[in-house]
Design a protein around this ligand. Structure first.
Ligand SMILES: Nc1ncnc2c1ncn2[C@@H]1O[C@H](COP(=O)(O)OP(=O)(O)OP(=O)(O)O)[C@@H](O)[C@H]1O
Ligand SMILES: C[C@@](O)(CCOP(=O)(O)OP(=O)(O)O)CC(=O)O
Length: 422
């Protein structure tokens, strides 16, 4: 390993996506190991629009494990961070970098300290699953630094101990978290159902709904649900197992009507068990409900559903359109019902893949104001009833790939000489 006066720093930078569940995880059977009461299925979101980048580094000159999140130092003392660090260090292998004269033996990892810097390219703790991308990226990048032999499924079982939904961010495309049966959690990990190319027509539009930071975290919310809701047992034992099979088929066959029906009803049932919790938990707000009715009205007016919606533990809407054409029509409807404040630049209101905006024929606010009511809406909504400013912005994206190592050193978040954030 070399002496403390040695100045070498070894680092790895990785990028990891976030994911949105279409069959929800809600409820644990083991709080420490984070073992769920049902399987869940998610779609990985394109990391070009929503992702975490993490640089992990090791040096004999570091005196303690330290972490910076979005430029601010945070504590690594929490049990979940500690579980991930312990599990990874326990599996670390020898690492040799002849060019830099570095030779780390596997037992050295127990003594060496780490510096970690992470950046989310989207708001943290805003209900956009930052913990999922963040914990997955931490585990993935450390596994690369310490040369772990484990595959992504085995790494997902470590990320799971950081945050349950994080285990599904170890793969791109469509991912299932198998709940497992063992008490030690060894069979509770993520598997890829299909990669992102399998169903590449889908377009995802996220409505970031104005909200204060949520009152009930997922962790405490699901604990209360398991303790007090009678419906959750029925959901976990009877409803989800059938839906998992049906959702796997829908994904395999690219059967959008079944996919949409299952995603919407499962989101609705998740929010129903929240309401069945005592005291009740409300994650969706009035704007969320209006988005649901906008989509439901349109879906009912068409022969088959055009758009699926799903909501996690917050008011943000995740809408999945069957293809680009539908996504453009959806965007017109969303902008008609939820226009930005008059002084907003449309380019800041629709972010991510802006080409959908072009498909929808919208360049500026004049085009938004000129939108006519969609055919399924009978009466023109007078401007005062439109919900200006109830949505902060929309993100246009698509299903995306899994974690990757960024080999371009300029993308590292830590300085290669000091080991501190750049
Ligand atoms: N890049 C990151 N690296 C490590 N940990 C992170 C990262 N980003 C977020 N976290 C952890 O996740 C916490 C936020 O998780 P929280 O569940 O409150 O919000 P969220 O994940 O954005 O929302 P939700 O899980 O409801 O979708 C942060 O306080 C931090 O501990
Ligand atoms: C509603 C959800 O987003 C709940 C996510 O819960 P978390 O994974 O954030 O909870 P912990 O395991 O306690 O960290 C549904 C889902 O992602 O499946």
């Amino acid at each position: 390993m070399g002496s403390e006066s040695e100045k070498w720093i070894l680092m790895v930078t990785a990028r990891t996506p976030t994911n949105i569940a279409v069959i929800k995880y809600w409820g644990k059977r083991d709080e420490t190991l984070i073992l769920p009461i049902n399987d869940s299925i998610s779609v990985t979101l394109d990391p070009s629009h929503l992702c975490t980048t993490t640089t992990v580094s090791v040096s004999p000159s570091f005196h303690q494990d330290r972490m910076w999140l979005n430029g601010k130092e945070i504590s690594l003392e929490g049990g979940r961070f500690q579980s991930c660090l312990r599990e990874i260090r326990g599996r670390a292998q020898d690492v040799e970098d002849k060019k830099k004269g570095i030779n780390i033996k596997k037992e050295d990892w127990q003594k060496l300290h780490l510096h970690i810097a992470s950046y989310n390219n989207f708001p943290t703790a805003a209900g956009l699953a930052s913990s999922a991308a963040g914990l997955a990226c931490l585990v993935f990048s450390l596994a690369k630094l310490m040369n772990l032999k484990e595959d992504n499924s085995q790494l997902s079982a470590i990320a799971r101990q950081g945050s349950g939904s994080a285990c599904r961010s170890l793969y791109g495309g469509f991912v299932k978290w198998v709940m497992g049966k063992e008490d030690n959690g060894s069979d509770s990990f993520a598997v890829q159902l299909a990669d992102e190319k399998h169903w590449d027509e889908l377009v995802i539009i996220i409505g970031v709904v104005s909200a204060r930071q949520k009152e009930t975290s997922s962790t405490s919310g699901m604990r209360d649900t398991v303790e007090t809701s009678a419906l959750i047992q029925h959901r976990a034992k009877e409803v989800v197992p059938k839906r998992i099979v049906q959702m796997e088929d829908a994904i395999q066959n690219r059967d959008f009507p079944s996919f949409a029906r299952l995603a919407c009803t499962d989101s609705n049932q998740f929010h129903a068990v929240c309401l069945d919790t005592y005291p009740p938990i409300f994650y969706m707000n009035d704007t969320s409900h209006r988005i649901i009715s906008c989509v439901e009205k349109w879906n009912r007016a068409e022969v088959t559903p055009q758009v699926a919606y799903t909501f996690d533990a917050g008011p943000n809407a995740v809408m999945i359109a069957r293809n680009r054409k539908t996504a453009a029509l959806l965007l017109q409807r969303l902008l008609y019902n939820f226009p930005p404040e008059s002084d907003t630049d449309v380019a800041n209101y629709i972010i991510g893949d802006k080409s959908i905006l072009k498909d929808a024929g919208i360049k500026d606010m004049k085009d938004v104001e000129a939108l006519t009511p969609p055919p399924e809406v009978k009466d023109n909504i007078p401007p005062t009833q439109k919900s200006k400013g109830d949505v902060n912005y929309f993100i246009c994206t698509r299903p995306g790939g899994g974690p990757v190592v960024l080999s371009d050193e300029t993308q590292a978040l830590l300085d290669p000489i000091t080991g501190l954030p750049k």
